[in-house]
Design a binder for this molecule. Structure first.
Ligand SMILES: [Zn+2]
Length: 537
């Protein structure tokens, strides 16, 4: 937006610190130019925000728009709408009935078997009830595992004699025949690589639509932590930006030792859409007991999965250092977290202003471990989640040893210790529809309760302002997304107007607070439709 516009009569959370509030701001040529007290600009022509609460445009520091665009045709199978194998099969059947192209697969995502009354993973035998002709594949909510039908196994050529890929498993029946359950990414990819790729034009349209959805959540900037789910992601996102995608995006392609990434140019690291770093997935997830852990999972001798060697993590780190971008390491289990610290804590950081090494998820953080990261020579930052324990409580209850529970997602401890810290959605790898609803994560951070009302380490609760800083000012310290996170002079004129005051509603109503308007660079990009209109949809 060119020109100057004053906004007044609002409760403005500026994102600078827990007590940073103002009541008016001015945007000049798309950027905040002044923030202060409405009384100081009384009488000047202004947009009246009606006393509503305003937040800086929100940052989702760990999400997966490229994956969403690559599988835009997948049916949503998240709880609470799908909570049984029967329900999953019904949902996929409905979706199959809508497919017209002869070569289309029946795809779904988001099921959470820990919520199924059947008490087991679905298998190919279940999904054959969806189709015996079309391949069917549905991702589990963690996006590390999936289930496919017999037609998909056939197409991928996976039989009783096919060996498991490294770091992954084709689950099998008594005679060694694959039963359709694909555990960990390499096993999923052995099948998913046969899924017909959406046309470039379709992908672009999906990315633009994802940007609009993000805006409806008040989100104006994201980090994509596995951007190479799309071919040439930088080009895909930048051409989507030419067609209307307004979101700022930092891309983190995955590290593949067999196909090293090209060296970056200056241009790759700059602009609204840029390469932010490289991602390595060191272990699996707690909710399906594949996180790499020091002590075995309860009632087992299973230590989870380590997915890559030290050499690969170090090679990815060397690439990041050489190219002036971040290394992002997926590490959930305590053993994986210890490994990340051991590999990098004594190294010289290579970036200024933001951490050289980001840790993704970081489920188990003891006080000494947090202190170890804080005092290391290396600069570490963390992207973690409260929506995980909210949505996947049942999985964590089965996977965490009793003595680990107090150290699970200890947000208050992290808030005190690690400055570059963010809460984030991990959508669509989180078992809840609408996982990127920021207010759902904020309520979980404040109340520390799961979807079923169970307490989850209430001692680690933080305040609403603290939780919102982890989507604004503090989140901005974690990644190279410039110009976002604060309502302060020089920052992008991007902000969200709420329908209720999130700072004063009862804590059990925080998740019901909605974004009424989202503005990017001084332009309104989203306005919530009136309630009556919405009820009809
Ligand atoms: Zn993720």
């Amino acid at each position: 937006m060119r020109g100057s516009q004053l906004f007044s009569n609002a409760r403005v959370f500026t994102g600078t610190d827990e007590t940073g509030f103002a009541s008016a701001f001015r945007i000049v040529d798309g950027r905040f130019d002044w923030v202060g007290d409405a009384a100081d600009v009384a009488g000047e022509p202004a947009v009246d925000l009606g006393g509503r609460t305003v937040l800086p445009g929100l940052i989702d520091s760990h999400t997966h728009p490229a994956l969403m665009a690559a599988t835009a045709v997948a049916a949503e199978c998240f709880p609470p709408s799908v909570v049984s194998i029967t329900g999953l099969v019904d949902r996929l059947r409905e979706h199959a009935a809508t497919l017209t192209s002869a070569s289309a697969w029946v795809l779904g995502r988001g099921f959470d078997d820990t919520k199924f009354p059947e008490g087991r993973m679905p298998t190919a035998a279940d999904l054959d009830a969806v189709s015996t002709e079309r391949p069917v594949l549905v991702w589990r909510c963690d996006a590390h595992s999936a289930v496919c039908n017999s037609a998909a196994l056939r197409l991928a050529g996976i039989t009783a004699t096919t060996p498991d890929p490294p770091g992954a498993r084709f689950e099998r029946g008594p005679a060694g025949e694959p039963n359709g359950v694909l555990t960990e990414i390499a096993a999923v990819e052995a099948v998913s690589r046969f899924i017909p790729v959406p046309e470039r034009e379709e992908q672009r349209a999906s990315l633009v639509a994802i940007g609009e959805e993000l805006a409806s959540r008040g989100i104006v900037a994201v980090c994509d932590l596995l951007s190479n789910r799309l071919h040439d992601p930088l080009d895909a996102f930048r051409s989507a930006a030419d067609q209307g995608l307004r979101t700022r995006v930092a891309l983190y392609p995955g590290w593949d030792p067999s196909a090293p990434l090209a060296e970056l140019t200056e241009d790759d690291r700059e602009g609204r859409i840029r390469i932010g770093g490289v991602k390595v997935v060191l272990d699996g997830a707690y909710s399906n007991r594949t996180a790499w852990v020091a002590e075995p999972y309860p009632e087992s001798c299973d230590h989870g999965l380590r997915l890559v060697d030290d050499e690969d993590v170090l090679a990815a780190g060397a690439w990041a250092r050489r190219n002036g971008v971040q290394l992002a390491v997926h590490a959930m289990g305590d053993r994986a977290l210890d490994r990340v610290a051991s590999l990098f804590e004594h190294e010289e950081p290579w970036l200024d202003g933001i951490p050289s090494v980001r840790i993704e998820h970081a489920t188990i953080i003891s006080e000494p471990y947090a202190e170890r990261l804080r005092s290391a020579r290396m600069t570490f930052g963390i992207a973690t989640h409260t929506v995980f324990f909210f949505a996947e409580y049942d999985g964590y209850e089965l996977a965490l040893r009793a003595e680990q529970v107090p150290d699970a997602y200890p947000i208050a401890r992290l808030y005190r210790t690690i400055e570059p810290l963010a809460l984030s959605s991990d959508r669509p790898a989180t078992a809840w529809s609408g996982a990127d609803d920021v207010m759902l994560s904020v309520e979980a951070a404040v109340r520390r309760q799961a979807y079923n009302g169970a307490d989850f380490v209430p001692a680690e609760a933080i305040s609403v302002a603290q939780a919102l800083l982890l989507y604004t000012g503090r989140a901005a310290l974690l990644s190279p997304l410039e110009g976002v996170g604060r309502i302060a002079p020089g920052y992008d004129g991007s902000f969200a107007v709420l329908d209720r005051d999130v700072f004063s509603v009862p804590t059990d109503e925080i998740a019901a607070v909605r974004v009424a308007e989202t503005w990017i660079d001084g332009e309104q990009v989203y306005r919530r439709p009136p309630e009556d209109e919405e009820d009809r949809t």
